[in-house]
Design a binder for this molecule. Structure first.
Ligand code: GCO
Length: 402
């Protein structure tokens, strides 16, 4: 299937629509050795395919990364702060690390990019994970204090603030699936307790962000999917939706936006999660190639919360870059249909700027608009990067070049 964006029904977007791309500290910086993921990657039996190692060496090459985003003609760059760099030991804050992220914000602003700053993207400092991580009773307060300290240093440079990236994934992957640290399997009670702490942490972070310098929209970014009930699976699907998503959507009350991060569709029957549809191709992540999820989750989130929505992550793990263009084109057509029906969608961010460390999957899945040579760290644009930049500059779906 090719991306036929030359079709007559020109798909255009609102004047101030935010076009961006996203990354995360641990997935691109390299040398993040003081957090729970570094330990997890080096834990025998964790199932991690790779160590994050040097990642994309973005801790040093971040000016080049920001210039790549600006060079495409995008309007925003979403990146995350590494808590374990900023607070390497409990209560000990690094000015040098805070200055590092302040320089990134400043360079974004110099290049005409809105810095979209995520304060927690899956990784937690070892000093906290050593005493229970997100199960620790004071974890929300510790996170709130970190956010307050970082906001004091960065607030005047922040464009949008995302408190916690996919707080729902921390609980399900770390305490039910066992594929993320701390690797607990099927402990629903601990999973629910972590969910509660994550919601409280988000609320404290919102308070901290609004109490500091700067004035910018604040919200969380939630991993969402189209959860489909097969015959007899309705009740199971409803429970899954409530535990995985609605718990957190309820926690966004009073926020300025909700970041929707979505990739695929999941099926449920009376026994639990059901197999994917064999008719639908799978991506490198082993789930359905389902761009329709964007329209589904944007509509659901807007209706549930009444808040503006930003698609803060969407994309596809594939070596077939033409497929990436098709996927993003279909996703954007869904955003346009939402806008046509008056849904308040403010922007769309491709995950990701760079091929990077895909957590337990390692460096296999390729989500980037740019390839990264794992030895020289050279970045090279894929056709999808040039195309997405053309879409942003035209503020409309345009055909791929060539
Ligand atoms: C997530 C994270 C990203 C992933 C991306 C692709 O949603 O898991 O926000 O870190 O890399 O979603 O899976």
């Amino acid at each position: 299937m090719s991306a036929d964006n030359s079709r007559a029904d020109a798909v255009t977007f609102p004047e101030d629509f935010l076009w961006g791309t996203a990354t995360a500290a641990h997935q691109i910086e390299g040398g993040n050795v003081n957090n729970d993921w570094w330990q997890w990657e080096h834990t025998p039996g964790s199932g991690c395919a790779d160590s994050s190692g040097d990642a994309c060496d973005s801790f040093h090459r971040w000016p080049e990364d920001v210039d790549l985003v600006a060079g495409l003609g995008l309007g925003a760059y979403r990146f995350s702060l590494e808590w374990s760099r900023i607070e390497p030991a409990e209560g000990e804050f690094s000015i040098a690390a805070l200055d590092h992220y302040r320089r990134i914000c400043g360079h974004c602003l110099e290049r005409g990019l809105i810095p979209v700053v995520t304060f927690h993207h899956f990784t937690t400092p070892q000093w906290l994970s050593a005493r229970g991580g997100w199960e620790a009773a004071d974890a929300p307060e510790r996170f709130g204090r970190f956010v307050a300290r970082a906001t004091a240093h960065l607030g005047d440079q922040i464009g949008w603030a995302c408190t916690i990236n996919e707080p729902n994934v921390i609980g399900v992957m770390g305490y039910t699936m066992g594929e993320f640290p701390p690797g607990v399997k099927d402990d629903f009670g601990r999973h629910l307790a972590v969910n509660e702490n994550m919601v409280r942490a988000h609320r404290l972070a919102v308070e901290a962000l609004r109490s500091g310098p700067g004035a910018f929209p604040v919200g969380l970014t939630l991993s969402m999917a189209e959860l489909k009930a097969e015959e007899g699976g309705e009740a199971v699907r409803d429970v899954a939706e409530d535990v995985l998503e609605n718990t957190f959507l309820r926690g966004t009350e009073g926020d300025d936006f909700v970041g929707v991060q979505c990739y695929t569709r999941m099926h449920f029957d009376a026994q639990g999660q059901a197999p994917d549809d064999p008719e639908i191709p799978q991506t490198q992540m082993g789930y359905e190639n389902w761009p329709q999820v964007v329209e589904y989750t944007v509509r659901r989130t807007a209706a549930f919360t009444g808040l503006p929505v930003v698609v803060t992550e969407n994309g596809i793990g594939t070596d077939d870059d033409a497929e990436r263009i098709v996927y993003v084109s279909e996703a954007l057509r869904g955003v346009r249909r939402c806008l046509d029906d008056g849904v308040d969608v403010r922007g769309y961010f491709v995950w990701s700027l760079l091929d990077n460390f895909e957590w337990a999957h390692g460096y296999g899945p390729k989500f980037g608009l740019f390839t990264v040579d794992r030895t020289t760290f050279e970045r090279r644009p894929k056709p999808s990067a040039l195309w997405f930049g053309d879409v942003a500059k035209a503020n409309a779906l345009v055909p791929p070049r060539g």
